[in-house]
Design a protein around this ligand. Sequence first.
Ligand code: GDP
Ligand code: CA
Length: 311
Amino acid sequence: PKITLLAGGGGGAKLAIGLAAILQPGQLSIIGNVADDQEFHGLWVSPDIDTITYSLAGLIDRSKGWGLANETSRTLEGLARLGSDDWMYLGDQDFATHIYRTELRRQGVRPSAIAQTIARALGVTANILLPSDDRMQTEVKTARGWLSFQEYFVREQCRPEVLELRIQGLEEARPTEEALAAIRDADLLILAPSNPLVSIGPILALPAIRNALEKTRATRVAVSPLIGGQTVKGPANRMLKAAGYSCSNLGVADCYRGLIDSLVIDVSDSADVAALQARGLKTLVTQTLMSSDADKACLARELLAIAGLAG
Ligand code: GDP
Ligand code: CA
């Protein structure tokens, strides 16, 4: 079978690991989020794509859930000594990825081809796809004005209240053929338990991608990023509220209205089932917290089973 996962960084990468563990090479395609991308020190940094890639390559720093294991920070220390900003942590080995990516972009290589090249070089067999080769960047409005996503997320540690979200470049951004094909040709399409607004949202914001999701013959399943009505990590709960959704599985369902057939929710939220079914959604209630590799593979198997597939 062909499985396509739409994913952000953290929650997305955890489910990607589970799916990769039970699928054959080539069966899994992952459409990542590029709206967290930003330039630092003249280099193009793509945090969510790198988190997915490093996770599937087995190179991720498991305690943090991002960055490479066994990192050092000599380069960043050197930059700080020169007076450069150092609030965005970039490790020494990680810098190599950004240097390589930036050089290929400068040569005119398509960003999606670069993502695939890096993934293959690190031994990843899943197809890592970009929703767009164009620049699209999430911005967060706070009381002190608009911040780039990384300024909000890393520099300000998600502290300011979120007043509004927007995606710079969305109007001009075109989807990649690879992403559209992966949605069109999938047997099972999964929306990872990622931030619905700033991780999955920017992918769905491309009209052609949304249209492909509406038309695909794939079984479409989302895994809620909320457990016990709360986020496991990150600002998804506050962002749901800021965007006018309820901070619950119903709010998540509303974000994905018309785009999913089933929502997978945690056992701690089983009280939501009736209201979700009233919205026309099938529900699967299960353990959705992915701590161990066994948890990840177990959730992945349950997702395949929803579509009548075996992994
Ligand atoms: P980011 O790009 O690093 O912010 O990561 P994502 O957008 O992919 O994922 C962030 C979301 O994942 C948060 O809203 C978390 O609540 C959710 N999340 C993280 N780990 C888990 C998990 O094990 N299970 C579930 N259901 N959600 C999770
Ligand atoms: Ca992210």
